[in-house]
Design a protein around this ligand. Structure first.
Ligand SMILES: Nc1ncnc2c1ncn2[C@@H]1O[C@H](COP(=O)(O)OP(=O)(O)OP(=O)(O)O)[C@@H](O)[C@H]1O
Ligand SMILES: O=P(O)(O)OC[C@H]1O[C@H](OP(=O)(O)OP(=O)(O)O)[C@H](O)[C@@H]1O
Ligand SMILES: [Mg+2]
Length: 282
């Protein structure tokens, strides 16, 4: 049985369970369930605090976990990223009242409030800056107004929380984060069950980001058309009953589908269709 840690709360929880469900795994029916077994897929899911997941995985008691890259780095746990999942994207940044600081060097002698003490302390040390770090559990934007710190370091997605607190980011982003799959550092990469789990998630990522495109074009335009739709390996080309015409089928990035359809039309392709990919195994 493969043992997998899944976030039980917060920004990662809903999208992680949705992705696992899309990959064909059973997920919990209500938010108080702590452990569920999916016997058909021989997987056991443990719903844990996102911040604790790297620690469980590094201990070797759980094989795989879904967490945030920032949480993994902050934990300092002996676990490694094996697959980025493309949701819960954020940057991790310093912010303060306008005019407080414009670069990390300005933080000498100041106090930084954060929920990610591990990341911040290391980042300051790497830059040789001697600042104090105070750990807060959340809502760190308010720490400045209440005089606990002059500066914060926090997760920024839309920037709304900072704006609402009258704060501005400064300096270079400390890191960028997203949801990731982790395993214990150096754990066997090709372990059959873990490999199958990763292939399923990769299949979901591809199904979410690609569409299937079909079109007809004149044989003499095929090379031009194929340059627009190279596919993942190579497009399928089949003869049409009408002589001199071929049918082409290739996967294309969903974001570019409309532009590619326009370009194909311009070179004379017709009957251009896109269809969603429900699931895939590359
Ligand atoms: N607004 C956000 N947008 C995108 N990702 C976010 C956001 N807030 C937190 N995250 C990401 O979620 C993970 C932190 O999850 P965690 O559950 O600890 O905090 P949370 O989502 O802020 O939940 P809560 O504060 O309600 O406990 C990190 O990887 C962080 O980058
Ligand atoms: O840039 P934004 O789109 O505003 O998102 C970033 C905010 O979201 C998270 O807060 P959350 O609501 O989880 O509260 P918390 O600070 O108590 O964790 C994070 O800690 C930031 O405060
Ligand atoms: Mg939060």
């Amino acid at each position: 049985m493969l043992r997998i840690a899944v976030p039980n709360k917060g920004s990662l929880s809903g999208p992680a369970s949705a992705m696992l469900h899309e990959a064909g795994y059973q997920q919990r029916r209500e938010s108080k369930e702590l452990v569920i077994v999916d016997p058909d897929n021989e997987v056991e899911f443990f719903y844990l605090r996102p911040r604790d997941i790297a620690i469980y995985v590094s201990s070797g008691r759980l094989d795989i976990g879904i967490t945030g890259r920032d949480l993994l780095i902050d934990s300092g746990a002996d676990a490694e990223e094996i697959l980025p999942l493309g949701f819960a994207r954020s940057t991790f940044r310093f912010a303060g009242k306008p005019g407080t600081a414009s670069a990390i060097e300005d933080l000498s002698g100041l106090t930084v409030a954060t929920s990610y003490e591990g990341i911040v302390a290391k980042h300051l040390a790497d830059h040789g800056v001697d600042a104090s770090v105070v750990h807060l559990d959340g809502a760190v934007e308010t720490a400045i107004e209440l005089g606990v710190a002059q500066v914060i370091a926090d997760v920024v997605e839309t920037g709304t929380s900072l704006r609402n607190a009258g704060l501005e980011v400064f300096g270079e982003p400390i890191m960028t984060s997203e949801a990731i799959v982790i395993r214990r550092t150096g754990a066997a990469a090709d372990e059959a069950k873990a490999g199958q789990f990763l292939r399923r998630l990769q299949g979901v990522l591809v199904a979410r980001t690609y569409v299937m495109m079909d079109y007809d074009c004149r044989a003499e335009h095929l090379e031009q058309a194929v340059a627009l739709t190279p596919g993942l390996e190579s497009p399928t080309v089949s003869p049409l009953h009408n002589e001199g015409w071929v049918a082409v089928r290739a996967m294309v990035p969903a974001k570019e589908a409309q532009r590619i359809m326009d370009d194909l039309y311009d070179i004379g392709a017709r009957a251009i269709l896109t269809t969603a990919i429900h699931a895939c195994r590359l």
